[in-house]
Write a protein that binds this ligand. Sequence first.
Ligand code: TYM
Length: 368
Amino acid sequence: MSKQVILTGIRANNDLTIGNYFGAILPMIDMAKTRADEFQVNLFVPDLHSFTTPIKHDELQSGIWNNLRVFVAAGLPLDQPDIHIYRQSYVPAHSEMTWILDCFTGFGQMARMTQFKDKSMKLANSELQEKGAQLVKANPGDASLEIIDGAVSVGLFNYPVLMAADILLYGATFVPVGDDQTQHLEFTRDIAERLNNKFNQELFVIPQPVKEQHAFFGKDQGLRIMDLQDPTKKMSKSDETGKGVIFLSDTPEEAHKKVMSAATDSEANVRLDWEKQPGISNLLQIYGLLTRKTAEEAAAEWEGTTSYGDFKKAVADSVRSFLEQFQASLADVDDAKISQKLEVSEKTMNAQANETLLNVQRAVGLRA
Ligand code: TYM
């Protein structure tokens, strides 16, 4: 592990969205293309994370393969020796490291994770709805445990610990993620520092603080692409209606329509103002990402525009041509090359992960 490591994981639940693409995949691939001689790049599918919420298990394999193909279609060079693609469950050290980290993680710290609170409340409520029972309004942690027992798993609860193991096993310093994962990254730094201090040795490399991550990846880091229909919530692949979500698998025409019917406001002014004009600001952000500009630069381009129709059409056109190009690349991906790369990468990843795990096993007394 001589080079610094850049690492990220994309779950294979449902189709991927442009949020996943711009929030995590693209910053990774930009680094892989331009700085593979300086850094090791790990882009993996966290398959063990997939069933922390209910999924269709018979679709998981095709979802995993779809992610791998998307990585390649987005431009990941497979011929570089320090670029790796792998499936989390093919490196068993992730599971053992998670167990060890679990035993040094406070129950309260996990219970405070925002994503756990949000997801568990949604799950508990959909279960209760099916039963026709009264819904939980606040944090389900406050409700009777019996209510949430059927819906919310222990896996969802300690999901961030597995994520910390994913990062720490390879000593990753840079981890491009969307804004929703920032808290988990902070937790990773926290548990790594805690164990290093407790055992008085550098068991783990501490990932860079979030501010440094943003500086490193520039405009692509810490993004939150919002839902087109409700721009106050994150664009999410688990959204049931899909109307406000642009999936990488949408037909270009379908995506064009979704942008044209995006919710805006009555200000009649194209401006970057997330408070007052979240819909327009979100479209400016998307337009900027597609034309390789910051949201501020995109806003400057549209300054003084009062007709939302023209602006929306420009955003919709750029989304459509992006999807046309991306889907053409996806159709050309060679599965045999992916299989070959997986085999080599998973072998290397096992060797690297086992080295970190052995140091930790020694520190906690499991090995002499
Ligand atoms: P996941 O699979 O839900 O999402 C993958 C990545 O996409 C980002 N993302 C977004 N970014 C901007 N705007 C959006 N609307 C949007 N929606 C999703 C997410 O922030 C994420 O970066 N826990 C992770 C997977 C994971 C991981 C890891 C990541 C597991 N182990 C280790 C980094 C390092 C997750 O559930 O992401």
